[in-house]
Design a protein around this ligand. Structure first.
Ligand code: NAD
Ligand code: GLY
Length: 356
């Protein structure tokens, strides 16, 4: 089993990575913690495949278990579902010495994490991520949140899990669309922090090739995220590099009302577009955008998305722009991100020219 330790003073935790860990979740928790009750939150898709495996493993280890399964999809990251979880957990008479488990993708992880952070002022929680995105990104680092009508992830907290159990065999049941969605974040890690990871992806031709080395890939990504989070847990500086491609990805998501493209697809295109712009600014090395484009084509990620004529509103630029600056993440080279500050209006003009 591959193990990483996230070192945050007083809130250290392990990330365990191996195939078929779900059926060992009971013993892995019992070796480390002693709750009497465990409240599992999952969604209906994940529950149908993995709910009973995890529940049985926890019961076999002597825990009293309650599982709540929610409707899959982003709309579940809501105040209503948060409130429903509070009621279900309180009806189970949980105390602060008990435990909450998030079993699922980033939606379940974010919602359950916020519930665990706030119920009884904080209950220990364990992440058991089952999508590639959740395994390499959202289950590590403690960002938990729900969406409100004003926008995505606007109500949340930093609340670190006590343990992350990553069963890479669970990825086998993902559709190609969701698998490659998560792969966009893997490509991102290669671009911002690890040229060898990027080379490894260049040498893989399809999902099967990726699956053969998935444990190493997930480990490498979690290790990159671990280092960034240890240095900047609360997102005041370095953690921004994890948002490479996300500013323009956000423009895509908003432009299509969060429906047509998944987050990973939007970020994939965002990484490509920002690289074209970075090259034109002479900050990024020529040829970087082409390499990214080849990678996106190979893994069925979009590299040519039509955007609305005017994107300045989405970038937060009103007509009477006061000349304020924006920090954008660019690449010094493949494997090294840099943060570049520039006037927002200048950036908006460059993006506008590129998409017209
Ligand atoms: P998701 O949780 O909606 O999962 C995608 C789909 O895959 C769902 O239909 C789910 O039921 C299904 N699924 C999950 N695991 C499966 C499996 N093993 N087999 C078959 N089907 C499975 O989406 P996601 O992409 O995992 O997460 C997206 C969310 O993550 C967004 O809300 C985003 O804001 C959040 N996020 C959070 C962070 C963070 O740092 N907290 C980082 C990135 C994204
Ligand atoms: N996914 C970005 C972050 O955790 O900061």
């Amino acid at each position: 089993m591959k193990t990483l330790r996230v070192n945050l003073v007083g809130r250290e935790y392990d990330i365990l990575i191996e195939k078929n860990l779900l059926c060992k979740s009971g013993e892995l928790i019992k070796e480390r913690f002693s709750p009497s009750k465990i409240f599992i939150v999952t969604d209906d898709n994940v529950n149908a495949i993995y709910g009973s495996i995890v529940t049985e493993s926890l019961k076999d280890s002597g825990f009293e278990v309650k599982l709540v399964s929610l409707t899959p999809g982003e709309q579940t990251k809501s105040l209503e579902q948060l409130s429903y979880l509070y009621s279900e957990a309180l009806a189970f008479s949980m105390t602060r010495s008990d435990m909450v488990i998030a079993l699922g993708g980033g939606v379940i992880g974010d919602l359950t994490g916020l519930m665990a952070a706030t119920l009884l002022r904080g209950i220990p929680f364990v992440q058991i991520p089952t999508t590639l995105l959740a395994q390499v990104d959202s289950s590590v680092g403690g960002k938990v949140a729900i969406d409100v009508k004003e926008g995505k992830n606007l109500v949340g907290a930093f609340y670190q899990p006590k343990l992350v159990i990553i069963d890479t065999a669970a990825l086998d049941t993902l559709s190609d669309r969701i698998f490659f969605d998560g792969l966009a974040e893997v490509i991102k890690y290669g671009l911002i922090a690890d040229d060898m990871l990027f080379n490894k992806l260049e040498n893989c031709q399809n999902r099967n090739d990726i699956s053969k080395c998935i444990d190493d890939i997930v480990y490498t990504c979690c290790d990159i995220k671990r280092k960034v989070v240890e240095e900047d847990e609360h997102d005041t500086g370095l953690r921004m590099i994890l948002n490479f491609g996300h500013t323009l990805g956000h423009v895509v998501e908003k432009n299509y009302n969060y429906e047509t493209y998944t987050h990973g697809q939007a970020v994939a295109y965002g990484m490509y577009l920002i690289s074209i712009i970075g090259e034109k600014m002479n900050v990024m090395q020529k040829g970087t955008a082409d390499k990214i484009c080849l990678m996106l084509k190979k893994f069925d990620l979009p590299y040519n998305i039509k955007l609305a004529d005017k994107i300045s509103d989405t970038l937060g630029l009103d007509k009477k722009n006061d000349g304020s600056n924006i920090n954008i993440v660019l690449l010094d080279r493949i494997g090294k991100a840099i943060i570049h500050k520039m006037p927002l209006s200048e950036f908006a003009d460059m993006v506008q020219k590129e998409i017209n």
